[in-house]
Design a protein around this ligand. Structure first.
Ligand SMILES: Cc1cc2nc3c(=O)[nH]c(=O)nc-3n(C[C@H](O)[C@H](O)[C@H](O)COP(=O)(O)OP(=O)(O)OC[C@H]3O[C@@H](n4cnc5c(N)ncnc54)[C@H](O)[C@@H]3O)c2cc1C
Length: 382
């Protein structure tokens, strides 16, 4: 077994780490405070190939692998969790289905600009009454001639307020259940009957927009269908498996930031005449944070490696996502504790890490749903 990254993987990781530390981290607090979409960061990451790491170069990506993608998302999220999720959604939630199921024409038209980081993509699955039970979605797509007429609305869509393109999950016939689901690519700047609805106010990842998408007799060309009717649910599940690795990496990055900030603070903060880092109670917290985050990172890299090498990685992606986000949440809470009262004050980053970490246990399938995925695999049930 070889744990050594390739030269190329190391090179990209170091490049992203340097960029994240010098360009993203210094503005992370401002992005959190102002809720500003980090447009300039997205464009620069695009130029570096990070908006489509595992997308082939002919479709605008970097032509690298998912292991490199995990490394990149960890480094970016360590600096800013909002930037981390924007990158993750572009790469996987949007990028994966278009890369995997798109026609040549669709990939050149709809994947290349997103993977190349010129515009953002998003994936619209969740509805106000269909979250974990995604197959119960109601957004309707009716084929009329050469167009689908779409009616319904989508809730909580990351990048929804800024994206140019969206992969939309809709049903051609709700009575067919999951078999009626299709995925359509929607040009969000050029679709009659579509508009962005309300922008959510939320707890964390504040520089990442979370928007409602509204379709009222929206006209989407039938040529924008991904794959064939009846395949949408399977496409969606495969995309989420891949996406979960990205969210696990986002969580891992947040946890690492919480740990690094706590170590730096503990070395400086003096109580009882000594730096608090000399107290065993503080040291044990750090040891647990580091151990659990290392384990999470290994699980993420393993899941990404399995994906890269064509193995089934559904269980490993679910395990890695829920483990990484659980230990990141724990690390972020301990980080606040190590900062003491200052951990609760906005002047320091500890409280931001805690607010940012929480969402990783919820989106792209809650951690309860991840445990169900793992249990189903263990039991051989569907
Ligand atoms: C900031 C943010 C960004 C998001 N981005 C996107 C996006 O880009 N695209 C998108 O499509 N969606 C997005 N979502 C939606 C997100 O994926 C859902 O919120 C999530 O899947 C959970 O769905 P829900 O909120 O409806 O919760 P529910 O499904 O109502 O779950 C509520 C609780 O019940 C539990 N539960 C549900 N079913 C079961 C079960 N069978 N067994 C045990 N427990 C169960 C859940 O684990 C949870 O604890 C985003 C959400 C947020 C908050």
């Amino acid at each position: 077994m070889n744990f050594a990254p390739t030269e190329e993987q190391l090179m990209v990781r170091d490049m992203v780490k340097k960029f994240a530390e010098t360009k993203i981290k210094p503005i992370a607090a401002e992005l959190d405070r102002t809720h500003r979409h980090p447009e300039e960061i997205c464009r620069q990451l695009g130029e570096m190939g990070i908006m489509g790491v595992a997308v082939p170069t002919e479709y605008g990506g970097a032509g690298m692998d998912n292991v490199t993608y995990v490394m990149a998302v960890i480094e970016i999220s360590k600096a800013c969790a909002s930037c981390g999720v924007i990158v993750s959604v572009n790469n996987t939630l949007y990028g994966h289905p278009v890369k995997t199921y798109g026609t040549e024409e669709q990939k050149h038209k709809f994947l290349a600009p997103v993977a190349g980081g010129k515009v953002e993509g998003c994936y619209a699955l969740t509805e106000s009454s269909a979250g974990s039970d995604a197959a119960s979605l109601k957004c309707r797509a009716e084929l009329k001639g050469d167009r689908y007429i779409v009616n319904g609305s989508k809730a909580f869509i990351t990048n929804g307020n800024v994206a140019r393109y969206c992969v939309l999950a809709a049903t051609t016939d709700a009575s067919l259940g999951y078999k009626g689901i299709i995925n359509l690519i929607v040009d969000m700047k050029n679709t009659p009957g579509f508009h962005v609805g309300k922008l959510e106010e939320k707890m964390g990842i504040l520089a990442s927009g979370t928007a409602e998408l509204v379709f009222e007799d929206a006209e989407v060309p039938a040529a924008n269908l991904l794959g064939k009717p009846g395949q949408g649910f399977k496409q969606m599940m495969a995309g989420l498996d891949s996406g979960r690795i990205g969210i696990g990496a986002q969580a891992c990055g947040i946890g690492r930031a919480a740990l690094e900030d706590a170590i730096a603070y503990a070395k400086e903060r003096v109580q009882f005449g000594k730096p608090i880092s000399t107290f065993q109670a503080i040291q044990f917290k750090m040891a647990d944070m580091a151990t659990e985050l290392d384990a999470a990172e290994l699980m993420l890299l393993k899941a990404a490696w399995l994906e890269d090498h064509g193995y089934d990685f559904e269980k490993e992606a679910a395990m890695a996502k829920y483990y990484a986000s659980d230990v990141a949440m724990k690390a972020a809470i301990e980080g606040v504790q190590i900062f003491g009262g200052y951990g609760y004050i906005k002047e320091y980053p500890a409280e931001r890490h805690m607010r940012d970490a929480k969402i990783c246990q919820i989106y792209e399938g809650t951690n309860e749903i991840q445990r169900m995925v793992v249990a189903r695999k263990l039991l051989g049930t569907r």
